[in-house]
Design a protein around this ligand. Structure first.
Ligand code: SF4
Length: 400
């Protein structure tokens, strides 16, 4: 099996008790069979710890899970923020979910792709302090490939190089961020059309223009011949923020922050919003890579799953629009606080990942809304085609 990981994640080290936002907080933590079997052996000893274990596990329809504390914390999270199960039983006796976090791995026949989740503050700290592009490391082991039954092999073989090219485009800073997003949307729409027609042989020709020196792959027209429609852009961002407001938030702070962003956006003039976007764009010039990291992260994790369900464009749209939303949220925060240090970006990305990106219920609801006609490609291109044009030399955000 060929295993592909991002080299940066070799440096990851869990912060343990020093973690600022532990992952030991869940709506639900399901125990895998192997771990539950181990716990039953502990329970069978009948000592005080075993009795606590009984009280902390519930079983429903044959599925065992921990009863989380009211605040969502794991019942075995100690006051010093260490894991009692790991200390008492050993690191190999904790639930698979906990053992694997923050890594995720996805298998496509003979390939296994491994990445790390942005909901972990240490992963984000690593990512945001390394502006250089993500690099992929490949190795081979003798694990038997998983069955190919669940994926379309012809599509996989044609789509894999497309996805690799898409990841390069996402990291190519020669195009401004908004242009990168619109190029990717337009490219994805062509890819989707070919997938729908089962014309997999056409996929290579769609990305071929990006092999030359032109970073837009000949799509510069998306920025010039379609004038960005400021009113439409505003309408779409407002709609996106409203969709965020309707999510079920785990943390009240996040709900308040999003509601506030929505209210500010709704109540201000277009001129003010456009000026903020331009000035924030200039402020973030050296840190634009942070948004590309998010874009890459989502695309690297999700895009290839189109080989199972054929939904390439909707995955691309989610990746691009969440990147744009994070830009807008960052701009609002910069405007209201008068600063936007990397730590605030880390907070923003992490909370966004936890509340939306890794919350299946919220994600499903959000994706469904994105499928609506409001987010059809022609509208997106009209709304986002032009990146903020002018740069203001010395932006001076207003402190409220
Ligand atoms: S969120 Fe990351 S750094 Fe924090 S405890 Fe979990 S794995 Fe460790």
């Amino acid at each position: 099996m060929i295993i592909r990981t991002l080299t940066l994640y070799d440096r990851f080290k869990c912060a343990g008790s020093a973690c600022k936002d532990t992952c030991c907080v869940h709506d639900k933590l399901v125990l895998d069979n192997k771990t539950y079997f181990e716990y039953q052996r502990v329970i069978s000893k009948g000592d005080a710890f075993g009795r606590r274990m009984v009280a902390s596990i519930s079983e429903r329809n044959g599925v065992a899970s921990f009863r989380m504390r009211e605040n969502g914390e794991c019942p075995f999270l100690l006051r010093n923020r260490l894991c009692e199960l790991q200390i008492r039983l050993g690191a190999d006796k904790i639930a698979e979910t906990c053992r694997k976090y923050p890594t995720f791995s996805k298998e496509y026949g003979n390939y296994r792709e491994i990445g790390c989740r942005f909901s972990c503050p240490e992963v984000l700290r690593l990512v945001l302090t390394h502006p250089e592009r993500f690099e992929v490391r490949e190795r081979e082991n003798d694990t038997e490939p998983v069955s190919l039954d669940d994926l379309n092999v012809n599509l996989f073989e044609a789509l894999y190089p497309v996805r690799q090219r898409v990841l390069q485009i996402a990291q190519d800073s020669r195009n401004p961020l908004y242009l990168t997003g619109t190029i990717l949307l337009r490219l994805a729409s062509g890819v989707q059309a070919a997938i729908d027609r089962k014309a997999y042989g056409e996929l290579a020709s769609l990305v071929a223009p990006f092999e030359g020196d032109d970073p837009t792959g000949g799509m510069a027209g998306v920025a010039t011949d379609e004038t960005a429609d400021a009113a439409l852009r505003e309408e779409l961002i407002l709609r996106l923020l409203k969709m965020h407001c309707k999510l079920e938030f785990r943390k009240e702070d996040n709900a308040v922050r999003i509601a506030r962003a929505f209210e500010i956006f709704k109540g201000e003039t277009s001129e003010k919003r456009i000026a903020r976007e331009r000035e924030f764009n200039s402020f973030m010039k050296e840190r634009e890579y942070e948004y590309r990291k998010w874009l890459f992260y989502v695309l690297h994790r999700d895009l290839l799953d189109a080989v199972r369900d054929g939904k390439f464009f909707s995955r691309m749209r989610y990746a691009v629009l969440t990147t744009f939303c994070l830009f807008e949220l960052g701009a609002l925060e910069w405007q209201s606080r008068g600063k936007f240090p990397p730590q605030r970006q880390e907070d923003l990305f992490r909370n966004y990942a936890r509340e939306l990106d890794e919350n299946p219920k919220n994600l499903a609801r959000f994706m469904k809304k994105l499928n609506g006609s409001a987010f059809a490609l022609p509208k997106l291109l009209r709304a986002f085609a032009c990146p903020p044009k002018k740069e203001t030399p010395e932006p001076a955000p207003a402190v409220e």
